[in-house]
Design a protein. Sequence first.
Length: 534
Amino acid sequence: MNGDVTANSGGHRLGVALSGGGHRATVWGWGTLLALADAGLNRQVVSIASVSGGSIANGVVANAGDYTTMAPGEVEDAIRDGMRVAAHDGLFFFGPATNGYLRRFLVSAGLAVGAVVSLVIALVGAGRRWPLPWWLLTGPVLAALVWAAALRRKPASPPLLPGAMQAPLLGAVVAGGSLAVAYLALTTSSGGAALAAAVAAVAAVTALLVWALLRVFGRRSAVVDEALGRTLLAREGRPALLAEVDRTVHHVFCATEIQSGDHVYLTPRLVYSYRAGRGTPGRLPLSTAVQSSACLPGAFVPRDLATGPFAMTRPWHVGGDEPPGVPPRLVVNDGGVYDNMADQWEQGYDGRAERLSGLVDLQPRADVLLVANASKAMSWSPLARGSRVAAEVQSLTRTVDILYDVSTSHRRQALVDRFRADGRLNGALVHIAQSPFNVPRAFSKVGDDDQRRRAREALDLLERLEADPQAWARRARADAGVKTTLAALTAPVAADLLEHAYLLTRVNAYVVLGLGDLPDDLAPFRRARFEALT
């Protein structure tokens, strides 16, 4: 089953698309990139486009060096620190790089809640001459209520916050609750103009504490950006610049421009959005490109990127006043809002290249696209009964999830249909919900002669690996159900995802497209290799 890689692959220009999905997608992307390096196919990669969690994988590899020349061991070295973060540390909520910010947020939240409650008490007790000592209990009572409602461990469930995070929140609530005594000291015995002045004073303090909370809360995108720039995307002790990772491979970080509804492409060679125009990244940090691509709505604040530093121009006509010229800023969030599989970079390459002809040196157009799709699968989720607010919110969020899942499913099917019909762009999916048995079993029956041969070889490899079809079907369901999070996945889950993506990439690329080979040496496929990386 060994063979020359270039001969087997036909010397294709290979585009890779890494989907979103938090750390699940990050590890899935690394599994695919490691598999391509093992098969020698990294030498033929012309672009790696990514969204959301896949952009962390893309950014780490881009920062490590030229992917086309990396040996498999060098790819392992490139992703090792990232695997530790994904498996053990986490990046955000929780993660060592951002836990300091989270503590500040919890302290701000506790003080703001305590101040609001104390303000209400002070207003109700104004002029009533209530005795003050009993109100010292306000803070401890508030802390007990917060712990009982949100922090206590429920059966078979982890606490919302770990113990190290509960202490700052509860301490701040106690301190904030003690404001009740200070507020009451000003209002409970006052009247007339003195009361008005006292109410104004306590209201001003409360407003200041709430404002401080909102300021801290609004920094969460920048905090993750800074954390990435200090850790996984650092260079010589400083955040790497996007322009510094201009490699043979074109690394493309996809975000969504929410003023226009267009894609935004942040790459070492250009900043591009159809209605906004095109420019160069200037001194944009690589971490900002990655975080902008992974700026999940609700979890993070949209990023404002001024267009001036990019020297953006728009030498093409977009029609009407949408907008009349280059806007002063791009407002971007998660690339998965527009395209969670990152396939649109290569699918829309021809029109974009024509528009940018003579302006930007794009990479050659890929003629084969490999999509590593780690989109989370929908699962059964019973809804609460009644018309309570919680039930309505749950229904709304579930509706958004369904809209997202259905649109992604249709995109996957349309992509496969294009691969079958379009002579200009062939490709294959490495879809997290698939077992490595799915494709070779299907092609052993319906493929052409070469595909049936390759399918039989893949099934033989799986047999030599002693892979169990039922166990792999369960693994695929479990991996697809991993939560979309930037918190730690745990080592077993990360190893499962890395191994699954690796084996599925090798099998699907070989069976569907004839890319690479399936070697006689089974060592690269062994579980111990993936566990060592976590």
